[in-house]
Design a protein around this ligand. Sequence first.
Ligand code: NDP
Length: 522
Amino acid sequence: MATDSKLAAPALVSVNPATGETVGTYRCMAAEDVREAVEVARRAQPSWAALNVHKRMEIIRRFRKLLNQRTLEVAELITREAGKPVPEAIAAEILVVQDAAEFSARHAVEVLRSESVPHSNLAMKTKRGKLVYEPHGVIGIISPWNYPFSIPATETLSALVLGNAVVLKPSELTPACALKLQSLLHESGVPRDVMQVVLGEGAVGAALIDAPIDKIIFTGSVATGRRVGVAAAQKFLPCVLELGGKDPFIVLDDADLDVASSGAVWGAFMNAGQTCLSVERCYVQRAVFNRFVELCAQKSQLLTVGDGLDRGTDMGPMIDARQLKIVEDHVADAISKGARIVTGGRRLEQLGPNFYAPTVLTNITHDMKLLNEETFGPLLPIIPFDTDEQAIALANDSEFGLAASVWTRNLRHGKAIAQRIEAGTVMVNDAIAGFGICEAPHGGFKASGVGRTHGLPGMREMVRVRYLDVDRVMMKKPWWYGYKGSFREQIHGFADAMFGNTAVARIKGALRSAGILTRPKI
Ligand code: NDP
């Protein structure tokens, strides 16, 4: 089971990416610990599911209130562990989670409500069918470091309110945030065995998939997601895969350039670009291209980069040296292929080892890594286009399909373009915000994933459907054995009575089927 105690090796050390200070040292769990946690959860889940749903809703709402009281404490922990400025931790984590808690409590009854299934087939008219929705059992959640509280929390809350137990494996880089989520849930009344955190590296995630869970909700990179998908397929484990993105941002020449450039700068640099929904490719109509680049460069230079705990910091550090290296590699590759750095393009070593300047680039070509691979860093490559068709083709020229945005004053035109972009979420005149709309499903097309979290589609991923059918008349069915005699003509007549192509064929079919009910059956 999870522990936040500081124990001996093998240890998991969580480090503040801005300062290098140790946030906490935790015991790295073994595969047997993970299996044990899942078995404990399996034993606890039936009584959690048997609680009245209103009781579970009350507990989730109590969690929401508790989180609200602890806003600053939790936000500062997120900042210390993941580096983002405190206001971002409040907006994109604490606020999003409170909204998701209310949403999941508000919709739990609706998602669990059975639906009757009327039968149109005359032969089935004595039956009553219904769809019964029930929790899967134990849901495994594997989450990344970039939104270390809101990603696991939104998924956990909807799983719990619907009667599942949860075993959460957070990123090795952000264990403290997951343990905080666990302790707040326990304090709110979720039984300890019903929500557990297992800590460790990737192997612990693999052990969780291997353990007897009933569904896996994975959020992370495409490479790991593919491994998770294969491991899940081996045991027919249902899975949701929320993977990477390379989101396009299309600016039409009638857009308000001041608004759109602020949107691009925020969308590319929030959380130092380490957001699955980050603006990673910016396409701007040629007539306004130069002005747009100039505005983005000016606004990027106004950003204060530093420790996210300091008031006024706009952009914090990258999570670690490995992530920063990817950014440097993408920039070097782009420069070698002719890209121009308009602003930034370098480490900010005076701030610490993990800081990189907000960077705007032009002269971009589609063979550059920064247009094909997810950068996950503070880069804003800006590319001109001439026509709508060109913008749509460029936007769709990617293996990813997570989200996209279109910026224009002509909303009808914007919507028409949005509908042709291959992405799970497309926004007109905003970017990233879909993640903060609790009603909006979150998830991608193509390599960006499978299934949805958030919104009603996300809640429905947390239940399985059972078809329940009751025949109110205890009788031998007309289609059972006893095929001798005229059964062949009778059943053919019955099929024609239901589906004959003309009224005459249907009447004749009904006459031929006479006696089908009373014929002798074995
Ligand atoms: P990773 O894929 O590296 O890791 C994600 C999680 O999977 C971590 O908890 C990791 O553990 C764990 N893991 C690693 N190997 C395995 C394995 N073999 N089996 C099971 N679990 C494993 O992603 P990052 O943490 O680096 O997160 C960044 C990525 O997440 C980006 O690609 C980003 O786009 C994507 N993302 C997608 C979102 C979406 O909703 N679509 C939202 C946010 C991020 P450990 O860290 O301990 O190795």
